[in-house]
Write a protein that binds this ligand. Sequence first.
Ligand code: CA
Length: 235
Amino acid sequence: MSVKPRVLIVEDEEPLTLLLRYNLEAEGYAVDSAARGDDAEIMLREQVPDLVILDWMLPGLSGIELCRRLRLRPETQGLPVILLTARGEESERVRGLATGADDYVVKPFSVPELLARVRALLRRASPNRLATSLELGDLLLDRGSHRVRRGNRELHLGPTEFKLLEFLMERPGRVFTRGQLLDSVWGMDAEIDERTVDVHVGRLRKAVNKPRERDPIRTVRGAGYSFDENFSRRA
Ligand code: CA
């Protein structure tokens, strides 16, 4: 089972949020939503989704300003953003794109068209999702054969450790809380204690790292875990 891409909808028109949520979930995405720009900013500091659908006019903080702030943070610099707006003037369109949105949809729009753009952006933003193997530094994870190597050494991972490593390697640099990892790697229905995540990360590290080898898994205090984005550079 592959991991569901996570989409955040930031929109203050509740019926539109519901419509988008329904359609995105039907396509297999995990969906979060916020009705205010400032709330969304807080959510995005805690968790970086795979894509954001962002309304322009929002209470709290405008979509444009939120987008601008996202581009200033390294964690969200490359986060795909689709901007929604009721304004269709060409100058506004240019301004929206200049702020760093990846795509721009004018309301009212057709849901299938928006879904197509979501798919296209995700494909462009995460080629790792489609690759048959992931290679970062001296770590090579082969999805087809379910094998992992570090340098010349074959690693022996349990199925959960494999999925955990695959999930993190697909998104180097992104920090995930234990709850998010449980959702994404174990599945929504899993009723498992969050400490289980620590146990499996421990096992994963033991399998991946020999003494004095650089640890690709980063523990972020008070937050969770991530795959060290510098691992491939310094390894
Ligand atoms: Ca609005």
